[in-house]
Design a protein around this ligand. Structure first.
Ligand SMILES: [Zn+2]
Length: 296
């Protein structure tokens, strides 16, 4: 893990506890928060207890100073502002994005950035009864989950009245480290019951109508075409394709070891295991629609 970088967005109750628990575990940690530390924060965020309140200090600046004082080899980088669409570019510097904002508007913006930039992410929130984690990596995005669970995914963190329990913080850290080391897949929802310590998890399927997934997939497809001859178009998806699964939903397609051929009305598509598509006889629009349906 010492070679990975993570962008922590939100250094409140959950974010600050995570930062303190993960000292020395990442090569680089970015911290995004526009809040000023206030005395009322100390109830839920003991991380800020050494703060000198004589002059205003941002959570980000305080966190960087405190974390650097532990002398680990981690490089810390601070962003003393709230995350907006303008910050999507910043995500490119990191391997993993951790959203601890627990605010639905920020969360949806962060999610869009992750889908756009193709960044793996964890979305975490906490209330007095339950901790919620959602992992994204080339999978259903947070908006896929949100648009299908109105009323279940709640807005805001008003119910947090005490600092996160130690057990929760280590649970959070372990799951994030496992995900960061590619041992866990994207699309996973984990609920941790804080009173009986039971863990519930399930996998979420991509919603084919999710505005965020559709928008960025369409854009990626539009940008990815290469005309190879008058009737041939190539598209590189850049990811492994499960040909067996794809052949089962394409009646009449023929599966060979490393590629799949699909013929339809004198048009054909050759799909390789490595995610290369060669279309013959299709227009770009038709090919785009097919790819979107293949990979969603
Ligand atoms: Zn989505």
């Amino acid at each position: 893990m010492e070679n990975k970088s993570i962008l922590v967005i939100g250094a409140g109750a959950v974010g600050s506890a995570f930062l303190e628990s993960s000292i020395g575990m990442f090569k680089k940690i970015g911290i995004f928060d526009g809040d000023i530390v206030t005395k009322s924060n100390l109830i839920t965020q003991p991380f800020y207890k050494e703060c000198d309140f004589s002059s205003p200090v941002s959570k980000t600046a305080f966190a960087i100073k405190k974390l650097n004082s532990f002398g680990s080899s981690t490089e810390y980088k601070g962003y003393e502002r709230y995350f907006t669409e303008k910050d999507f570019e910043t995500m490119k510097e990191y391997d993993l994005i951790a959203d601890f904002t627990d605010n639905i508007n920020s969360r949806l913006i962060i999610n869009e950035g992750c889908v756009k930039e193709g960044k793996a992410a964890v979305f975490a929130s906490l209330n007095e009864k339950e901790a919620f984690l959602y992992f994204y990596r080339n999978s259903a995005c947070f908006n896929c989950l949100f648009r299908n669970s109105i009323g279940h995914v709640k807005e805001g963190c008003e119910s947090v009245v005490s600092a996160p329990e130690k057990e929760f913080v280590s649970f959070l850290k372990e799951n994030i480290l496992e995900f960061a080391s590619n041992k866990a897949e994207g699309g996973q929802i984990i609920l941790f019951n804080l009173s009986n310590k039971k863990v519930l998890s399930s996998m979420l399927k991509k919603d084919n109508e999710c505005e965020v997934c559709v928008k960025h997939m369409t854009k990626k497809v539009e940008d990815g075409f290469l005309q190879v001859c008058s009737s041939g178009i190539k598209f590189s998806y850049g990811k492994h394709i499960d040909l067996k699964k794809l052949s089962s939903v394409l009646p009449g397609s023929r599966l060979y070891n490393e590629f799949l051929i699909f013929n339809q009305n004198n048009k054909s598509v050759l799909i390789s295991l490595d995610g290369d598509f060669l279309f013959t006889g299709y227009t770009k629009e038709e090919a785009g629609k097919l790819i979107t349906s293949f990979v969603s």
